[in-house]
Ligand binder design. Structure first.
Ligand SMILES: [Fe+2]
Ligand SMILES: [Fe+2]
Length: 281
C-alpha cells in the first residue's frame, strides 16, 4: 500500500446517524474468528467513551479560550468535531456493554481517567496537545483500517461498518484539534513533547487491555493468538509496520494533519451513503 501525501479537500463536517443495530449481541470472536484481532479492537473500543469525552472537552475548552476573531474561522469545524465524537462514544458505549456480558473488564478507562484528572488545573493547551496527538494516532489507524478492511473478516458486517464509519470520520476531522492548538499559539516543542508521552501511554494501555481481554477470553496462551499478533502488527500489511513512518511525520516543525492522504475516507463515505443518515453538525 502506498500512501500519497496530498492536501485533503476541506469539507464541512457532517454528523451522521449510523444505521446499524447495536442492540444485538456481539460474538466472542467477531473479528474474522480471530481472538487476537478481536481482543485488540475490543480494547480500542473500551478506550473510546472516556477518551472521546476528553477530546470533546479539551477542544471545547480550547475553543472557548480563543478570542472571537480566532473562533469564527474554526467554529463550524469545532461543532462538527464535537458532534461526530459524541456519536462515536454513544455507539461504542453500546458496543462495550456487550463486551461486559462476554466477561471482559475495562481497566483502561479508570486508569486513564485518574491520569487525566491531573490536567484539570493546567493550561488548556496541554489537554488540546494531548488530544491532537491522540487524533494523529487515530487518523493513522483509521486510514490503515480503511485500506485493510478485509482483515475484519465477514463474521459481523455490522461491526465492520461501525469501525469503518468511525475510521472515515476520524480521518475526516483529523485536523481540528491540531488547528485549535495552533490557534491557541501552542508551541512545536510542547506539541512533540506530548506526542512522545501519548505514544508511551497509548501503546502501553492498548497492550495491557488487549492482554487482559485475551486472558479473560482464555486465549492468551494459544499459539494462534501470538501468530496472529505477529502478522497483524508486524507483517507486510502490519499495523505497526505501516504506520511508523506517518507517525514520525508529526515531529516535523511544518507538519499539518491535512498533508496526509484522506482519500480512503472520502471514498468510503461516498460508497456507503446507504448505511448512514446525515443529521447536520
Ligand atoms: Fe471518534
Ligand atoms: Fe477523533
Amino acid at each position: 500500500m502506498v500512501r500519497k501525501r496530498t492536501i485533503a479537500a476541506m469539507t464541512d463536517l457532517v454528523v451522521r446517524r449510523l444505521l446499524v443495530d447495536m442492540e444485538a449481541p456481539i460474538a466472542r470472536h467477531w473479528c474474522a474468528g480471530d481472538p487476537f484481532r478481536t481482543a485488540l479492537f475490543n480494547a480500542l473500543s473500551m478506550s473510546f467513551p472516556f477518551g472521546e469525552q476528553f477530546f470533546i472537552d479539551s477542544v471545547r475548552n480550547g475553543f472557548k479560550a480563543l478570542a472571537p476573531e480566532k473562533q469564527a474561522p474554526i467554529q463550524k469545524d469545532v461543532q462538527g468535531f464535537i458532534g461526530q465524537e459524541a456519536t462515536h462514544r454513544r455507539l461504542h458505549s453500546l458496543y462495550n456493554a456487550h463486551l461486559e456480558t462476554l466477561g471482559l473488564f475495562n481497566e483502561w478507562a479508570p486508569r486513564a481517567e485518574a491520569r487525566l484528572k491531573r490536567l484539570a488545573d493546567l493550561d488548556v493547551r496541554h489537554s488540546v496537545a494531548i488530544t491532537a496527538a491522540n487524533e494523529h494516532f487515530t487518523a493513522l489507524m483509521a486510514d490503515w483500517m480503511l485500506h485493510n478492511a478485509d482483515l475484519f473478516g465477514e463474521s459481523d458486517p455490522r461491526l465492520v461498518t461501525l469501525w469503518l464509519w468511525h475510521s472515515a470520520e476520524e480521518s475526516e476531522h483529523k485536523s481540528i484539534a491540531f488547528d485549535v492548538y495552533t490557534a491557541l499559539d501552542g508551541t512545536h516543542e510542547w506539541r512533540v513533547r506530548w506526542m512522545r508521552r501519548v505514544t508511551v501511554f497509548f501503546l502501553t494501555d492498548t497492550i495491557r487491555q488487549t492482554v487482559n481481554n485475551l486472558h479473560r477470553d482464555g486465549t492468551l496462551w494459544q499459539w494462534r493468538t501470538w501468530k496472529s499478533a505477529a502478522s497483524f502488527l508486524f507483517g507486510k500489511r502490519g499495523l505497526v509496520r505501516q504506520n511508523y513512518k506517518p507517525w514520525r511525520e508529526y515531529f516535523r516543525a511544518d507538519f499539518h494533519p491535512s498533508q496526509q492522504d484522506s482519500s480512503a475516507s472520502e471514498n468510503w463515505l461516498k460508497d456507503h451513503s446507504d448505511v448512514f443518515v446525515p443529521v447536520g453538525a
